[in-house]
Structure formats: structure tokens, C-alpha cells
Design a protein around this ligand. Sequence first.
Ligand SMILES: NC(=O)CC(=O)C(=O)O
Length: 300
Amino acid sequence: MSLRLKPFTLALIQLGNIGPSKADNLKHAREMILKAASVDRKPDLVVLPECFNSPYGHVHFPVYAENIGYSPGKPYSAPESKSESVQMLSSAAKETGTWLIGGSIPERDLTSNKVYNTCTVYNPKGDLVAIHRKIHLFDIDIPGKIKFKESETLTGGTKLSSFDTEFARIGLGICYDIRFPELAMIAARQGCQVLIYPGAFNLTTGPLHWELLQRSRAVDNQVFMSMCSPARDLSAGYHAWGHSMVVDPMGKVVATAGEDEEIIYANIDTGIFEETRRGIPVGTQRRFDVYKDVAQNVPI
Ligand SMILES: NC(=O)CC(=O)C(=O)O
């Protein structure tokens, strides 16, 4: 059963200065979380970008990976986690008294020794309440433009993830996951009104696809859709697109960042959510009797 969407304020931290020192990255992320929360109208939910504690690249993931003490099917525990990133995120959420989506970090599962690109989520008491392992790995090759193969060192997650707050049910994904509309549609059908995907598009795909995909997922599912990127750093090995964004259920961009480090805020308005669903009732007009072969895995 879906809980009711209530108005809330979302803050996206388009984090800059992500360099080789994990300690510096964590220190800077912590300062920015405190800064994001120290405004007159404190945000209810703060979000960090994909891979905020490590440079983004398959060679870096195993080197920066931390075990976060997570075993599928077992309860999460931030205070017991030995992960320095989890410790920092948990204490920052508690100190600010806000919900926190901790971007993503490379995570090592000690049982399998596999490495994942993992998002962790904290409530205002600092409890670790949700985890999302990036499901669709970013393996692309556009000749002369960009070649990237996360699967060289990462394993894809196998579970859909969402969490409930007092103001919304929120669906999670990470970056490339947005290209697979099924994930967003299932989340919406499970009652998520807001989808938040930490992400790091690049200078080839970003200009054409970053906004288009977010507006598409928002309109398809009549949800708020948001992606939070690192700032662009042309001295880094991977050049992130930036332009962290929040889109409303009508597909309107309600907040967007530039390329540099920046914190943007968006007021999530329940009126537009209800009006959109009432005015264009696609949620009740679907023809699942006609879409039978969607679930058949036939490559195109
Ligand atoms: N970095 C990603 O996971 C995805 C991306 O950059 C793209 O889809 O384009």
C-alpha cells in the first residue's frame, strides 16, 4: 500500500574536488552535507552523487572498495559497520537530522569478494535504512568518444530498492540504471512517488541523454525524478556532465545545477503530483493484456 506524498525539500550536492585521497573526499563530502543542511529552511533529504569517495573508473573500484557489513537478507547496521564511508554518512545524517542518500561508493562483499557500486541511505537518526547495488553496469563503447567497462571490476546488483520516509516512498537507482525504464516503472507501481538516482553521465552522453532520460522517466511514471552528479573536473580521468537535476511529474525541470560544485534545492510539490495523475490517468489506462511479451528477454 502506498503512503501519501507530503511536501518536502530536497537538496542535491553536486560535489567537486573528488580526488585520489579517500580521507579528503570523505572530509569534503561531510562539510558539504553540513553546509547543505545549514540553511534557514533545512532540507528534509540530502543527496550525494555517484562514486563520491573515489575517482570514477574501473581500475579504482577495487582499490577504494569497503566492506559495509551488508549481507542480503540480514538487517543493516550503520553503527556496527567498519566502513569509514558508512560511519561518516551515518554521523552526518544524525548531526544534521536529515535523511541522507549517500551517493554511491565501491563496496566489497567479503563472502564473494565481489565489488559493487552501492548506494546507502540513512534516516535522521543515522540508521542505515536502505541499500541499492547498481543493477545495470555501465559498459559502453562509442568509437572515438567514450569506452567504459564497469564490468571489468564490478558485479551488478540483483534487487530493486526503495525506502519509506514520513514524506514519500523513494525508489533508488544508480546512473546507467535510468536507461532501463522497467526499473522506474516497477518502483512507481510499488508506490514510489519520487525516484532518486545518484549518477555521473559524461560529456558524450550527458548533453543528449541526461535531461531527456530524467524527463522521460518522470513523465512515463508521473513521479518526481532526480539525478545527482559530481561536478565536472577536466583534470580527472572521467569527465562528469554535472547538471544535477529535479524533474516534476509533468516533465518540467524544477531545479538544475551548472557544471561546478553547487548545492541545489527543490520544493517537492504535492499539487503537481496529484494534478498530473488526475488529468492524464495513464496509471489506470495501461493495457497489460497487450504487452505480454515485455518480460521476454529478446535482445533488440
Ligand atoms: N556512468 C553511467 O553509469 C552511465 C552513463 O554515463 C550513461 O548512461 O551515459
